[in-house]
Ligand binder design. Structure first.
Ligand code: NAD
Length: 396
């Protein structure tokens, strides 16, 4: 079933179950390794010419992973975080934290001035499932603010976290590269706003001033993920794992968070380097693990870790899913609520969505350092640790 020139990844159940047993044994023996986001092997650690970096959205899933990697570099750059809310479990020593809203230019300016930042990594975005207006306001207007204030404050390089979903129009995306056009009508407000924000970022590139680029990760997962894996856990806890939409023959790209971090740091470095900047600036890059996997195999692997294998699978054809979702959307509309089960989600779950990452490999020097297999193991280990912590809290 391999399509394009990607290596097709398949989950090995036995391997996962044995990993789970080994992890549980490790944890119960009290030997759990200290938490680290990326855990790159020493020979793959990046040297870092970055001097002072402000991570916008740095208390979020991806943002905090970037911070963890930056502070672990030797020598480490000066690191600061700007976020709407600073979560205690994402705080690192020697990092300056600024609370603020990117819709408020003065909040932004104050953080840039106080942190002496010369580079900005803009990872902020509202969570999924909100109204279009919220995304347009925060992602488009907010990104416009960042560009304006960054230029005024002499920022040298701005890297924007876009999304691979911005070229999705509901049809299959098979090994597509950056020449894929934006859909005439976007599938949802989130992707529309990410596309608009990306355009602003790329247009803002200035040869005589601030240099910019955009990264388009696909389906980020890993420790501290609040959307991808937690969504799969919700399905598990609500006893819905036997339901599948589509035939599960659609290949899908995911990205381990450490690899997305790696891409962000590489992009910032290349924007600062006179040898590479003109190839990178004003450009967008797809970022994935380069290992497409059948869509439902990913949640099945997560549930297997929890000791659960659906006893049987009830498959809904795509067309039935779309019909059901249309009814849910109509009901939600009359109740004045955002629908959780939407036609977009059905099309998302049924489409092939994988990307060609040659541009990132060739120009950024990107390579997925952590394989999907290893990324899943690390994420599952983190879930084990989280569950142990939650269980201990309940006992206390
Ligand atoms: N998670 C994925 O699978 C995925 C895939 C592709 C692209 N992305 C993009 O990657 C980026 C990071 O995603 P994530 O999963 O880490 O999200 P996240 O929700 O964990 O983190 C986003 C952070 O942005 C902050 N934020 C939101 N609104 C803000 C505002 N008005 N002012 C200041 N800070 C604000 C939030 O507080 C949060 O800490 C986002 O831009 C997202 O669009 C994510």
């Amino acid at each position: 079933m391999a399509k394009g020139n990607h290596q097709v990844f398949s989950i090995h159940w036995v391997k996962l179950i044995s990993t789970h047993i080994a992890t549980s044994a490790l944890l119960s023996s009290g030997l759990s390794a200290p938490y680290s986001q990326t855990q790159f092997p020493p020979d793959q650690k990046m040297s870092c010419p970055l001097k002072s970096v402000l991570v916008i959205g740095g208390s979020g899933f991806l943002g905090s992973a970037i911070v963890a990697e930056l502070v672990a570099l030797n020598p480490a750059p000066k690191v600061a975080v700007f976020d709407l809310k600073i979560r205690e479990d994402t705080k690192y020593p020697n990092v300056s934290y600024y609370t603020g809203d990117l819709l408020n230019s003065e909040d932004m300016r104050s953080a840039i001035k106080s942190s002496d930042a010369t580079v900005i990594l803009h990872t902020a975005s509202p969570v999924h499932g909100l109204a279009r207006d919220v995304y347009m306001k925060i992602n488009v207007e907010g990104t416009g603010n960042i560009i304006e204030v960054s230029k005024e404050e002499g920022i040298q390089a701005l890297v924007y976290t876009s999304s691979a979903g911005i070229v999705f129009d509901g049809d299959d995306l098979i090994n597509v590269n950056e020449s894929a056009p934006f859909p005439k009508i976007h599938m949802d407000g989130y992707n529309e706003s990410k596309a608009e924000a990306e355009k602003l970022i790329l247009q803002a590139d200035d040869r005589k001033g601030m240099r910019t680029c955009a990264l388009r990760p696909a389906g980020i997962f890993g420790p501290r993920d609040r959307q991808c894996i937690p969504g799969m856990l919700t399905v598990y806890y609500s006893n819905q794992t036997k339901f599948q939409i589509g035939d599960n023959l659609n290949l899908f790209d995911f990205t381990y968070v450490g690899n997305a971090v790696h891409a962000h740091i590489l992009a910032a470095e290349k924007l600062l380097d006179s040898q590479t900047v003109d190839k990178v600036a004003g450009e967008a890059f797809f970022i994935t693990n380069g290992e497409p996997i059948y869509f439902w195999d990913f949640p099945l692997a997560v549930w297997a870790h929890l000791g659960h294998c659906p006893p049987y699978i009830i498959r809904f054809p795509r067309i039935v899913g779309i019909g059901l979702a249309a009814m849910v959307e109509a009901l939600s509309y009359f109740r004045g609520k955002e629908a959780g089960f939407t036609r977009f989600r059905v099309k998302f779950a049924c489409a092939s969505r994988y990307y060609n990452i040659s541009k990132a490999r060739d120009i950024l020097g990107y390579k997925p350092l952590v394989s999907l297999d290893e990324g899943i193991k690390r994420t599952l280990k983190w879930i084990d640790e989280e569950q142990t912590i939650q269980a201990q809290k309940k006992v206390q």
